[in-house]
Design a binder for this molecule. Sequence first.
Ligand code: UN1
Length: 490
Amino acid sequence: MIELICNYIGGQWQESESRAVFRSENPANEALIGMAVDSSEQDVAAAVAAAQAAFADWRAWPAPRRGELLYEVARILEERKEELSRLMTREMGKVIVEARGDVQEAIDMAYFMGGEGRRLNGYTAPVEMPNKFGMALRDPAGVVALITPWNFPCAVPSWKMLPALVAGNAVVWKPAEDVPAFSAAFTQVFADAGLPAGVLNLVLGGGETGAALVRQPGVRVISFTGSTETGLQVYQTAAALGKKVSLEMGGKNAIIVLDDADFNLALEAVTWSAYGTSGQRCTACSRLLVQNGIAPRFTAALIERAKTLQLGDGLHEDVQIGPLVNGKALEKVGRYMEVAREEGVTIAIGGQPAQRQAGHFFEPTVFTGVKRAMRVAQEEIFGPVLAVIEIEDLDEAIAINNESIYGLSSSVFTTDVNAAFRAIRDLTTGIVYINHGTTGAEIQFPFGGTRGTGNGMREAGLTALDAFTEWKSVYVDYSGTLQRAQIDNR
Ligand code: UN1
């Protein structure tokens, strides 16, 4: 009996009115995980209607009570951490230790945002007239739509859902079509925590479902994480309808290794930033900018290190690199090998799918002899592929980093404190690391990027609340008289 992975609308698990379905497969062995509901425009409209109906009551819950519900979500996530992590690995391929980290980010975010139930700080400021009081408050935006990727099936949705919920919004969530089973299990956590029916609704499906959600008149805010191509489409559609959008899109993140860096520290960081999650993180390091003094030795060591990485089914604890998410991803990464050859780049190691009986595995790959303007140095590949570019000095590295169309994460390895602080000042990415790889952002700080990575919004941290709230400025005049300044229209 094949499990049907359903939508969750108005507190009920439901099939699509159209009965359409799609497959979810394990990318490590192509085994079926389940068939999932492919939601139509009507399903999406039903989910938005359920959210609209639930909004008024949820908004009226005292915020500290909403925060306590998030603590309960955290507790259940802790209890189910192993089960959820294993399901994540089976459905999208990341190795089990990374899957546990992904769930842990949601737990951390649930505690962090649960605390916001007792803050949600606005502010007061002095006002111009006597006997008058002014304050600015955060109001929930209403019904918000979340569109999330498969590479962090738990962390990224939690960065959106938890601040949206604590602020009193009702949510309709459309996760990537590669992770329906995980998304349903994550939704069940909220149901079991006692979230009222209709406050969180899950609609499964592909791009069409997401597009229908963006168009829905009842949706005020769209928070999207995913490819640049889709993100810009969401932005355009939403702009024409006057909706608020928060976007997290691509990255082409660089690690700069200077001659004076701690060699082994830098080597490990580059290895895991480039090949962890098979390079399928928006924060993955895909450009190594290494200073010419150590470049030959460092690149040789990196190639040796990449050879030792253990590929396989991520459920085995000793496997370090899992598969790519699906066959399409494997093809896309493969096409960049052609681009590399056309551009005259040396494929020093890897460059092809790994020879295995099943699954979508690609060998860890190092490109050498890369020049800064090449496509392989500029375009997001989203696979285990690292482009090595030799640099003269820090200034050149910063210029190369900053000319990217993306601006998510960057990193510098150096033992020179002056160089480190110059880099902090001059790197124009949304996240900067010193002596740490480009991945591993923590939930209490803003997450997001400049330039083509986003649209100026940030997730996580307290900034996450900005996407999901409207500011309301309130003036209370307790003088009991019409004051002169009012007559003057001040
Ligand atoms: C992403 O790649 O989409 O910084 C999110 C990190 C993680 C989150 C990455 N905490 O690597």
